[in-house]
Design a protein around this ligand. Structure first.
Ligand code: DHB
Length: 396
C-alpha cells in the first residue's frame, strides 16, 4: 500500500494552498479531488485577495499571472443612493487588494503543484478516511477509472467544502460546536462581456437593495444584485437586471456599462463556524469548517489563513515530532474566523435593505453606514478589515 505524509481531500483554495506550503518545507502530500481539473478551473466563484494572500503568492512563486493580469486596486467605493465615497485602502492601511477570480487562483496553484512534482488525483472519490484516532490514517478511494484503492497517511485534511462529511466525527467530540446564522437576502451574480464600469469596486446600497460592481478583466465584468434567497435564475431577465443595476448604482456622472450577460447564478448567504476543527489525525480547513457570506469576499482568504497555521503545524509534527502547533490549530484559527464572520456580517447588514425590518431599522442602518464613511477612523476601521490582518506566521 502506498503512503503519504498528508492526505488532502479537495483541490480548492484550502487544499491546494496547503499542499503548496507543505512542499515549500519539504513535506509531500496527495490531493484527492472528486471533480475534473477542467471543472475546478472553470467554476465561477468570488475574487478578492487580501494583501497577505498576495504576499504569500509572491513569496512562494505563484504570482506571475496574478501580477500580470489581476486588477490590483488601492481603494473601494461605498455608494449610498448613487453618491459615492472612496475608501482609500492604501492610504489608510498601506495595503492593496487584488481582484483575481478564485478559479484563476486555483489554476495557478494546480499548475505550480504539478510543476513541482506534486500529486493531484482528479475525478477521484474518497470513500472513507479512517484510523485518525490511532497512529495512522487509511484512505479508501475510487479512481477516475473506477478502481478501489487504499493509501495510508500520517494525517488527513478535509478541505472538501461546506458539505464535508468529515465534520461529523469532529462534532461527536465533547464540547464541539457548529454555530450557524442565516440571512434574509441573497445575491444574483452575473458575468458580462462588456467594458468596465469603474476599475475600483463599488459596494452600493439603495432603497431597492444592494449592488456590487466588480470586474474580471478589461472586457469581462462581474456584477451582483441583492435578491430574495428563493429567487431563481429565470426570474431575472436581462432587462430587469440592467434596470436594477442602473437604479442602484448610477449617479454623479457614473453609469453602469452594459454588455452581453453570459452567466447568471444565485448565491446563498450563510454563516457557519465549526469549533474545534480537528480530532486526532483529522483536520478541517476552509469551507469544510466554516462559511462566510460573500460580502467582502473573505472565504478564500480565510481558507488560506487556516492553512497558514496548519502547514507549519504539520511540518513541525512530521519533521520534528513536535505537536504543539498542531494541537493548537483550532485555538489559533477560530478567533480569526469569528473576526471574519463579524466583518462579513457587519458589511452585509449595513449594505442590504430588509423592508420587513421596518422604517426604524432602515434609517438606523443608513446612519451606521454614514457615520462610518464620514469619519476617518471609521473608514480606517473598514479598510483594515477589508484588506485583512496579516496571515499567521510560524517558523517551522
Ligand atoms: C467579488 C465578490 C465579493 O463577494 C466581493 O465582496 C467583492 C468582489 C467578486 O466576485 O469580484
Amino acid at each position: 500500500m502506498t503512503h503519504t505524509p498528508v492526505a488532502i481531500i479537495g483541490a480548492g483554495p484550502a487544499g491546494l494552498t496547503l499542499s503548496h506550503l507543505l512542499h515549500q518545507h519539504g513535506v509531500e502530500s496527495v490531493i484527492f479531488e472528486s471533480r475534473s481539473r477542467q471543472d475546478v478551473e472553470e467554476t465561477v466563484r468570488a475574487g478578492v485577495l487580501e494583501q497577505g494572500v498576495i504576499n504569500m503568492m509572491r513569496q512562494t512563486g505563484v504570482s506571475e499571472r496574478m501580477d500580470a493580469h489581476a486588477d490590483i486596486d488601492d481603494a473601494i467605493d461605498i455608494s449610498i443612493n448613487g453618491s459615492r465615497t472612496r475608501i482609500d485602502l492604501k492610504e489608510l492601511t498601506g495595503h492593496q487588494m487584488a481582484v483575481w477570480a478564485q478559479h484563476e487562483y486555483l489554476t495557478d496553484f494546480i499548475a505550480k503543484r504539478l510543476a513541482d512534482g506534486g500529486t493531484i488525483f482528479f475525478e477521484t472519490q474518497v470513500d472513507d478516511a479512517d484510523g485518525y484516532d490511532g497512529d495512522k490514517v487509511v484512505i479508501d478511494y475510487t479512481t477516475a477509472d473506477g478502481r478501489h484503492e487504499q493509501m495510508t497517511a500520517d494525517y488527513v485534511v478535509a478541505a472538501d467544502g461546506s458539505k464535508s462529511p468529515y465534520r461529523g466525527p469532529i462534532l461527536e467530540q465533547d464540547g464541539a460546536v457548529r454555530s450557524r446564522h442565516e440571512y434574509p437576502y441573497a445575491w444574483f451574480g452575473i458575468l458580462v462581456n462588456g467594458p468596465q464600469t469603474q476599475k475600483e469596486l463599488i459596494y452600493a446600497t439603495h432603497e431597492e437593495g444592494f449592488a456590487l460592481i466588480s470586474t474580471r478583466s478589461k472586457d469581462v465584468q462581474r456584477y451582483y444584485l441583492q435578491c430574495d434567497p428563493n429567487d431563481t435564475v429565470d426570474q431575472w431577465s436581462d432587462e430587469r437586471i440592467w434596470e436594477q443595476l442602473h437604479k442602484r448604482v448610477d449617479g454623479e456622472g457614473l453609469t453602469v456599462q452594459e454588455g452581453e450577460i453570459f452567466d447568471k447564478s444565485v448565491l446563498k448567504f450563510r454563516s457557519a463556524v465549526t469549533d474545534p476543527m480537528q480530532r486526532g489525525r483529522l483536520f478541517l480547513a476552509g469551507d469544510a469548517a466554516h462559511t462566510v457570506p460573500p460580502t467582502g469576499a473573505k472565504g478564500l482568504n480565510l481558507a488560506v489563513a487556516d492553512v497558514s497555521v496548519l502547514a507549519p503545524g504539520l511540518v513541525r509534527a512530521i519533521k520534528r515530532g513536535d505537536n504543539d502547533l498542531l494541537d493548537n490549530y483550532s485555538a489559533i484559527a477560530v478567533p480569526r474566523i469569528w473576526r471574519a464572520q463579524h466583518f462579513s456580517y457587519w458589511m452585509s447588514s449595513m449594505l442590504h435593505s430588509v423592508p420587513e425590518q421596518g422604517y426604524f431599522q432602515h434609517r438606523r442602518r443608513l446612519a451606521e453606514l454614514e457615520a462610518m464613511i464620514s469619519s476617518e477612523a471609521g473608514r480606517r476601521y473598514q479598510a483594515e478589515q477589508y484588506v485583512g490582518i496579516d496571515l499567521p506566521k510560524f517558523e517551522v
